[in-house]
Design a binder for this molecule. Structure first.
Ligand SMILES: [Zn+2]
Ligand SMILES: [Zn+2]
Ligand SMILES: [Zn+2]
Length: 138
């Protein structure tokens, strides 16, 4: 994973620093988007301070290696951009019963047509509903 993190940094010409490698390694392992706090927990004792984690994440977002996947309870959840297209992120599904949000990397949506004069940077879709687990447990 560490090697993969270094490759990602090289691909956007970012210097390898301990926080960048540590954060990308967490994101590579994460099965779902994670918050800044969860990233710090995963890194453990050697975790950089909050400000450094935040700045590093913003730096990785700016380089398009990491995306802000969705906002939940006023907290951003971050994920690697490797399952996203150039103008589109994969959709996220939030269950209104268990409040879990899942990635739907296999689903792609047609890009919306914007009114004249608007330029699309990225389309992000958030779907709300009932997940399979909650439906089965009913
Ligand atoms: Zn994305
Ligand atoms: Zn659910
Ligand atoms: Zn996702």
């Amino acid at each position: 994973m560490k090697q993969k993190a270094i490759e990602l940094l090289n691909s956007v010409n970012l210097r390898q620093t301990q926080p960048r490698v540590a954060i990308l390694t967490v994101l590579l392992k994460a099965p779902a988007p994670v918050t800044q706090e969860q990233i710090a927990e995963q890194i453990g004792d050697s975790a950089p301070n909050k400000t450094t984690i935040y700045r590093t994440l913003m730096n990785l977002v700016e380089k398009d290696l990491v995306h802000k996947a969705y906002l939940q309870e006023r907290t951003w959840h971050f994920e690697l951009a490797h399952h996203c297209g150039q103008h589109q992120c994969h959709p996220h599904f939030t269950c209104s019963e268990c409040q879990q949000t899942q990635c739907l990397p296999e689903v792609s949506m047609p890009l919306v047509k914007l009114p004249k004069g608007y330029v699309m940077e990225r389309q992000q879709v958030r779907i709300e509903g009932i997940c399979c687990d909650c439906r089965e447990n009913k």
